[in-house]
Design a protein around this ligand. Structure first.
Ligand code: SAM
Length: 448
């Protein structure tokens, strides 16, 4: 597909997608942020945007497999030493050849043309690498890996890093189903009941070509199909938000009431805050805290568009923030291992050291949450034991755990290596392969 950019030149979408992938590789931002940033100063038709969006997500999802093919095709030269734009252009061409069903000659031709524009010398290189890739017997290369290491093989087969497989196999007997479910995202919309009833939202979206299905929550619908990107529809971030069903269940675990004072300690970009506000009928008070100024600013604009009036937004450190509340939500910063359906790049950014400091931060924030209020909901969009049951075990002298009564979910993990979490049946886990949600952990505790 060809895109006409602001300068009036006709540009292939693969070039735009390679630029977004480069942005993503060079900054610790999500696919959605990279696309938003990239599109800011460009007027592009929504179909072009859609095509760039699809390339970015599909390549990001399979990055290890694509890089495996590229590295084999490069021989001794390291893929990391290739110019970043060219590297991402090559990734796109490999994706087209091996997954999109584009004829290898066509995929190569379009990558070579784009490379020629950037740097004529690079065009020959791109051509040579893609010809090598076309000749590569990927199946037998994979077979060699399978014989050497089952985990390495599964990592390539299901497009996940080895550390993820390691976590998943320790956590779930049927972890391969999770890996498969992680590859396809289901979208959900939540009615902003401050402005619209769920019935009227259904009509509003149906009138714009969206097919919906009911879920276990009356205000949340599963998106079956759509014609135009949901973010471009009338009512987006005003009458409805895009929010995973699992994320919406977290606010139900908190069960806020109209007169409550609630503190949301890691609130941005405000999906749960806005849901809690709607459940409180825009009454009472929510203090929404986050330490990222940029995310807080986005949240501020969003709350305004949603018509929310009972939220006080603060930039602050949730591990030290002082307040008093009836109920506290800590939807903690986490490794996001449950969110890879919607944020595939998360898979390629894990660092063991960062993981350890995240665990410490989560415990500090949870300890502070219990200073602020007697009732705390602790949730993460992570499937690891350490960030969830593991953290609760470490702080167990501070609280008792209340049983949750959510319409879907399975118990937490009781046995993990040498550790035993005795309250597994009181906490809830949600999994992509079981519940068609992001992976979530939800727990509710009372201070003792
Ligand atoms: C999982 S996200 C929260 C999502 C949010 N609850 C929602 O539903 O939209 C975690 C948030 O924690 C914030 N964060 C990280 N460290 C923090 C800290 N020390 N204090 C407060 N917020 C923090 C991040 O900026 C991020 O916005």
């Amino acid at each position: 597909m060809l895109a006409r950019t602001d300068g009036g030149n006709v540009v292939p979408t693969q070039k735009l997608a390679a630029e977004v992938l480069q942005l993503l590789e060079e900054n610790t931002i999500s696919e959605k942020s990279a696309l938003r940033e990239y599109f800011t100063d460009k007027t592009l038709d929504y179909r072009i945007r859609g095509s760039v969006h699809a390339y970015v997500f599909e390549v990001a999802k399979r990055r290890n497999y694509i890089d495996f093919i590229l590295q084999k095709s490069l021989g001794f030269r390291n893929l990391g030493s290739v110019n970043p734009f060219i590297r991402n252009l090559l990734r796109i061409a490999i994706y087209e050849m091996f997954f999109k069903g584009v004829h290898p000659a066509l995929a190569t031709d379009s990558a070579v043309r784009i490379a020629k524009e950037i740097n004529p010398k690079a065009a020959g290189f791109v051509n040579a690498i893609l010809r090598n890739a076309e000749k590569l017997d990927v199946e037998s290369e994979l077979e060699k890996i399978r014989k050497r290491s089952r985990r390495k093989y599964l990592a390539l087969k299901y497009f996940h890093p080895e550390w993820y497989i390691k976590f998943a196999e320790k956590t779930l007997p049927d972890f391969e189903n999770l890996l498969i479910a992680n590859l396809n995202q289901t979208l959900y919309v939540r009615a902003n009941t401050i402005r619209i009833s769920p019935e009227n939202l259904w009509r509003l979206l149906e009138g714009q070509g969206v097919n919906l299905e009911e879920t276990v929550l009356p205000e949340v619908f599963r998106v079956v199909s759509y014609e135009k990107p949901l973010t471009l529809l009338d009512g987006y971030d005003r009458d409805f938000v895009l929010q995973d069903l699992g994320s919406a269940l977290v606010s139900h675990a908190l069960s806020p009431e109209p007169g409550d004072v609630v503190v949301d300690l890691a609130a941005a970009p405000g999906s749960k805050t806005s849901h809690i506000s709607a459940m409180m009928e825009n009454r009472g008070k929510i203090i929404a805290v986050d330490n990222s100024k940029e995310r807080v600013e986005r949240m501020r604009l969003r709350m305004k568009k949603l018509g929310i009036r009972n939220v006080e937004i603060r930039v602050g450190d949730g591990s030290k923030f002082k307040a008093q509340a009836d109920k506290v939500l800590l939807d903690a910063p986490c490794s996001s291992t449950g969110s890879v359906r919607g944020y595939p790049y998360v898979k390629w950014r894990y660092e063991a050291k960062k993981f350890q400091s995240l665990l410490k931060l989560q415990r500090k924030m949870l300890t502070n949450a219990l200073r602020i209020g007697d009732e705390v909901v602790y949730s993460t969009c992570s499937i690891t034991f350490e960030e969830n049951e593991g953290n609760l075990l470490k702080l167990k002298e501070l609280f008792s755990i209340d049983a949750l009564n959510l319409p879907i979910g399975v118990s937490g993990i009781r046995k993990y290596g040498t550790k035993t979490f005795p309250h597994a049946d009181r906490v809830v886990r949600l999994y992509p392969h079981m519940h068609d949600t992001s992976g979530f952990f939800i727990s509710k505790m009372k201070k003792i």
